[in-house]
Design a protein around this ligand. Structure first.
Ligand code: AMP
Ligand code: GLY
Length: 420
């Protein structure tokens, strides 16, 4: 089977690594890929947000299966263009990707599906939004309706912060994404992520994870794309996961099918858990990054079979072969991230590290230049390990981090602290 993966992050490196473990894979191309992916697969520079370009590339390269990593090509309808051309693809349609692209759409689906989530109001007028905030009081959560690169959510602990957020959003701070807002009840509890494969009808859970969004140790400082993650998430017990499946996930899949926009791909549910009850915070229509790295480390070669079963609407007969293991990933980021950071610093020591089913360094933002691996992104490396316990996995991951010689980068020393 010839496979094409779209994307260029640590998530796509982890997907590529898992796909390559499966003997079914004859050829793998990643577009556009990165310096680490280029060590294990061919990389191709094409415009991955243009469906026609991707469809042409697929036929020219005799690709049998396309796996879409990031949300941008999904929101741009690339999966639709490929399906129209008769190409097997993993990833939701543009209409189904609304579950991530529009917060108000997701709230509407939750209403129809009777899925537990925060109470909310949806506004396209700043005065009405402010009146609602004054009526509800703080703490309260203000969200730009559209895609805002993970920055469109303000958790306001006081009323003034919420009112200011309305001015910012309607003032154009998030471009078109802020022309409509969702205002939500503040939910207390512990957050965890639940990953479920969907084929339009059936749901197959493939793991739980927790990430560390803040840049600083002790979960302090600015928000980032994620500084580390581990799987499984202890707070998402089998019982709570089943509850989430029965009350939130399956009703969402059923409602999407009922509307004629069935959901195929991975559903990444952000859940808030309190007193044994999960409530939906948000959906993403793709794997989390860096959560995907720990999931792939645990699933290994079977990941390809499972993604293919989702794309071929065969999930009802698919099974996950679980190992009773743990995985962790530590993000190494360029000094200055998530603010402005330097590009082009050289990373040494990578070739001394083990690369096997227990230890992998996934690259998120690297390019090979004149024989040296150089940093080109904010989040640069995802040092990932698996073990019989979280502690064992963590010790192994940090031993690898310490063997990497990169003065241009930094990392958090406390990934997994909550679970340990
Ligand atoms: P979202 O992009 O919707 O996941 O929001 C980003 C983060 O804001 C979430 O991961 C939560 O930590 C927080 N958040 C969002 N909505 C709520 C809510 N209703 N109550 C409490 N925290 C929230
Ligand atoms: N790590 C969070 C995300 O991928 O959205």
């Amino acid at each position: 089977m010839n496979i094409l993966i779209l994307g260029s992050g640590g998530r796509e490196h982890a997907l590529a690594w898992a796909v390559m473990q499966n003997p079914k894979c004859d050829k793998l191309i990643v577009a556009p890929g990165n310096g680490g992916i280029a060590l294990i697969a061919d990389c191709a520079k094409i415009d991955i947000e243009d469906g026609a370009t991707v469809a042409n590339f697929v036929s020219e390269n005799a690709i049998d299966f396309v796996i879409i990593g990031p949300e941008a090509p999904l929101a741009a309808g690339v999966a639709d263009r490929l399906r129209e051309a008769g190409i097997l693809v993993f990833g939701p349609s543009e209409a189904a990707a609304e579950l991530e692209a529009s917060k108000s759409f997701t709230k509407e689906i939750c209403d129809a599906a009777k899925a537990p989530t925060a109470a909310y109001g949806h506004f396209n007028d700043p005065q009405a939004a402010k009146a609602y905030i004054r009526e509800q009081g703080a703490p309260i959560v203000v969200k730009a309706d559209g895609l805002a690169a993970g920055k469109g959510v303000i958790v306001a602990m006081d009323e003034q912060t919420a009112l200011d957020a309305i001015d910012d959003m309607f003032g154009g701070a998030f471009g078109g994404a802020g022309a409509e807002v969702v205002i939500e009840e503040f939910m207390e509890g512990e957050e965890a992520s639940f990953f479920i494969l969907c084929d339009g009808k059936s749901a197959l859970p493939i793991g739980t994870a927790q990430d560390h969004k803040r840049v600083g140790e002790g979960d302090t400082g600015l928000n980032t794309g994620g500084m580390g993650a581990y799987s499984p998430a202890p707070v998402l017990s089998d019982e709570i996961a089943q509850k989430a499946l029965d009350e939130i996930i399956q009703p969402t899949i059923d409602e999407m099918a009922r509307r004629g926009t069935p959901y195929q791909g991975v559903l990444y549910a952000g859940l808030m858990i309190k007193d044994g009850q999960p409530r939906l915070v948000e959906y993403n229509v793709r794997f989390g990054d860096p959560e995907c790295q720990v999931l792939m480390m645990r699933l290994g070669a079977q990941a390809l079979d499972l993604l293919q079963a989702a794309a071929e609407e065969r999930l009802a007969e698919a099974r996950v072969n679980w190992a009773d293991d743990h995985a962790i990933t530590v993000v190494m980021a360029a000094n200055g991230y998530p603010g402005s950071y330097e590009k082009g610093s050289v990373i040494k020591g990578l070739d001394t590290l083990p690369e096997d089913s227990m230890n992998m360094v996934f690259h998120a933002g690297t390019t090979e230049k004149d024989g040296a691996m150089t940093a080109t992104g904010g989040r640069v490396l995802n040092v990932t390990a698996r073990g019989a316990s979280l502690q064992e996995a963590r010790d192994r991951a940090y031993a690898m981090v310490e063997a990497i010689d990169w003065p241009g980068g930094f990392y958090r020393r406390d990934i997994g602290w909550r679970a340990l």
